[in-house]
Design a protein around this ligand. Structure first.
Ligand code: GDP
Ligand code: MG
Length: 710
């Protein structure tokens, strides 16, 4: 079995190529960090070639977590061949990594991707000449349009058969001389294919790299002297010296192989003039988001969901199930389980599928045409103003689907403290499972108002930004922000299959949950709410005796905690806690608790009973609490894995719950204050909290203090 590794910069099209080659459906994104772990597949119709999709990296020498994954894989596993995917639209930057990969001693082929765009822009790349200068085969391909893939296979076959790799040194002058000297010193310790690699690494980083080798003290001193002499004579540090050499080489190579056209702005550039304009960009983004959420939650999606709830479940499935259960003379407890537990709980969640699909459709569309990449870029600009890294936005964006991959996407962040902060705050953004809660509140309490959904989204974002500012000022999170580089791919026509696939993937995982974990929780909730202890014996309760159930007992204890937030009923408390298992449970639990006994009359329609339990202020507070509090167990697990530290995981959960509690408390108390114009203990506390948060946000930065102390 031959192992072929796909390596390249973020966004150069590796995953697109991987999917085209293996026929699999890995997620394609328009921003770095989508592939955070390597994926393996089999080359279509070639039983002896395995293809590995590595995370995108800009270089092999800086060490963010995903760069390390790629680097370790290449160096430790030694694949038979690297297919270096190079974005033809950004040759200069992409070839930097190429020069490093070539030094690794592993045979390499360059897949010159995006050739369709290069041609469309009427640029010219002299592929043969480039191939000569870079001493390796180059195949021009378009991964998106499946062009050049047979030729790529042919070249791959030839290379793995020959296993030949031409090592060459791109260095000149004093750098070359020094490298040659270093290589001579390492002769005994390194295989010839790796000598150059180690010599360059040594120049770049100094001592560490040769720690593991058994060199005599004499040799070490010699090496160190060579390195010092070079850095002193060039008045630069090792890393920059090597980088300069690489760029010099690349510029030379491109000078007579690559002809740029300078015929003004492309259509894509022109769109960007407006869409990424300093003043217009954020308003445009806000408008687009509002339109999408309005369409998904109240527009088309809302209508479809109403139909599913009222007609499909209310008039078809529920009466039919009832009729069937009656006709087979089903035991009373069993029909209650089926109607009040399973159908009510699972049905309430499934009812939201149309809304989800509409939302996912539009998000996938924005992603595929290239708009989302612009947003990451824009928000980087905004985040930077608050001293936050724009890289934190990518995890956020992914978390709109599901928090688990969102949390994992934090691996692109090099800075440990920033990464930690991102892991803690990412799940503030409403994931798709929270959408039903949003839709429920909007529908039941605000007459389907369009603003509830986009507001939830912005509240999540605000919580992230404010947390960023606040946490950065503490000792544990003080750090400088890392810059964020990324390619903006030109806008292109969306590909229907990409969009439908992405929509279906996300939608399906939601449906699957409804059939498994939601179903199970619904049954448990039904059991706990339908049974109680009477005279020391387990009895099934009448619908009117709900308050004697186990669940009522547990919920009442809990509810004390939530009284200040305005929703201290035991039903709401139980629902919020059941969200820990999966956020969809919040709605299904409410459906079961409010629906029991009424099922026959108004189907699984819980809006009426919901409105009777909540005031508008309490509803908003309930929504915000559920948006911000600790995520589901799956996401908590992801936090634990990524933090790799028990205390930090606890801190994350604690912090999220505190933020949720404080935010909901303030919302509820301020809403009450406005409504009733009465000053209460609650409103005084809220004002006090508000002041304290303001103080924490505005106080001096910790880093500055710390520096002064030193
Ligand atoms: P990765 O980060 O390297 O895995 O890159 P992806 O495979 O996720 O692709 C990034 C973007 O480039 C996506 O929007 C792709 O649709 C687009 N893309 C990839 N290959 C091509 C190509 O050959 N031509 C064009 N026009 N776009 C491409
Ligand atoms: Mg990828």
């Amino acid at each position: 079995m031959y192992k072929i590794a796909l390596a390249g910069n973020p966004n150069c099209g590796k995953t697109t190529l991987f999917n085209a080659l293996t026929g699999s459906h890995q997620r394609i994104g328009n921003w770095p960090g989508v592939t955070v772990e390597k994926k393996e597949g089999r080359w279509k119709d070639q039983t002896d070639i395995a293809v590995i999709d590595l995370p995108g990296i800009y270089s092999l020498s800086s060490y963010s977590l995903d760069e390390r994954i790629a680097r370790d894989y290449l160096l430790d596993e030694q694949p038979d061949l690297i297919v270096n995917v190079v974005d033809g639209m950004n040759l200069e930057r992409n070839l930097y990594l190429t020069t490093q990969l070539q030094e690794s001693g592993i045979p390499i082929i360059i897949a010159l991707n995006m050739i369709d765009l290069v041609q469309a822009k009427k640029e010219h790349i002299d592929v043969d000449r480039l191939s000569q200068k870079l001493h390796c085969p180059i195949v021009a391909i378009s991964a998106l349009k499946n062009e050049g893939l047979e030729e790529l296979l042919r070249q791959v076959r030839m290379q793995v058969a020959q296993q030949k790799h031409k090592l060459y040194s791109l260095y000149q002058g004093a750098v070359k001389t020094t490298l040659d000297q270093i290589m001579t010193c390492l002769e005994a310790q390194c295989a010839p294919a790796q000598r150059l690699w180690f010599a360059v690494q040594y120049l770049e980083q100094g001592g560490e790299i040769i720690e593991g080798m058994q060199l005599s003290e004499d040799t070490k001193i010699q090496l160190s002297a060579m390195r010092n002499q070079l850095t002193e004579s060039l008045e630069d540090d090792g890393e920059s010296i090597i980088a300069t050499e690489r760029y010099r080489f690349i510029a030379g190579v491109l000078a007579d192989t690559y002809h740029k056209t300078n015929d003004g702005l492309s259509i894509s550039d022109r769109i960007d003039l407006i869409v990424t304009n300093r003043w217009l960009a954020l308003p445009i983004f806000a408008l687009i988001m509002i339109a999408i959420y309005a369409l998904a939650v109240t527009g088309i999606g809302g209508m479809a969901t109403d139909w599913v709830n009222d007609v499909l479940f209310g008039e078809v499935i529920l009466p039919a199930t009832e009729h069937f259960l009656y006709s087979v003379q089903c035991a009373q407890w069993l029909s209650s389980l089926i109607l009040n537990g399973v159908v009510a709980g699972v049905g309430a969640v499934l009812g939201f599928v149309p809304q989800m699909l509409v939302l996912f459709f539009f998000l996938a569309l924005l992603e595929d045409v290239g708009y989302m990449a612009r947003i990451a870029f824009l928000l980087d600009r905004l985040f930077r103003k608050f001293n936050l890294s724009g890289k934190a936005f990518i995890p956020m964006l992914i978390a709109t689907g599901c928090g688990v991959p969102g949390i994992m996407a934090s691996r692109t962040i090099e800075q440990e403290t920033e990464r930690r902060m991102t892991i803690i705050t990412t799940t503030f953004i409403p994931c798709s499972a929270k959408l039903p809660i949003i839709a429920l509140i909007a529908g039941a309490l605000f007459d389907g108002a369009w603003w509830v959904a986009p507001c939830s989204y912005f509240i999540g974002m605000a919580a992230i930004i404010l947390s960023g500012i606040l946490l950065k000022k503490t000792r544990w999170f003080a750090s400088d922000t890392t810059p964020f580089v990324m390619e903006l791919p030109p806008y292109h026509m969306p590909k229907a299959s990409n969009i439908l696939l992405s929509m279906w993937e996300r939608g399906y995982s939601f449906i699957k949950k409804a059939g498994t974990i939601i179903l199970l929780s619904s049954i448990v909730i039904w059991f706990l709410s339908s049974f109680g202890i009477e005279n020391g014996a387990l009895v099934m309760l009448e619908a009117s005796e709900l308050n004697k159930s186990f669940l009522a007992f547990l919920g009442t204890l809990l509810s004390l905690l939530f009284v200040p937030l305005g929703w201290g009923s035991w039903e709401a408390s139980v629902a919020a806690v059941s969200g820990l298992i999966a956020k969809e449970n919040v709605v299904s639990t409410l459906a079961i608790l409010f629906g029991v006994g009424e099922v026959a009359e108004d189907g699984i329609e819980i809006w009426g009973s919901f409105a009777a339990h909540f005031t508008g202020a309490a509803g908003l507070s309930f929504l915000v609490f559920n948006l911000l509090c600790a995520p589901c167990f799956a996401a908590i697990g992801a936090i634990k894995r990524e933090m790799n530290n028990f205390k930090w995981t606890l801190f994350a959960i604690f912090y999220q719950c505190v933020v949720a509690y404080v935010a909901s408390f303030m919302i509820y108390q301020f809403a009450c204050l406005i409504e009733s114009a009465q000053i209460t203990l609650g409103s005084i506390t809220a004002v006090f909290l508000f002041g304290m948060i303001l103080y924490l946000l505005l106080r001096k930065k910790r880093t500055m203090l710390a520096k002064k102390e030193r």
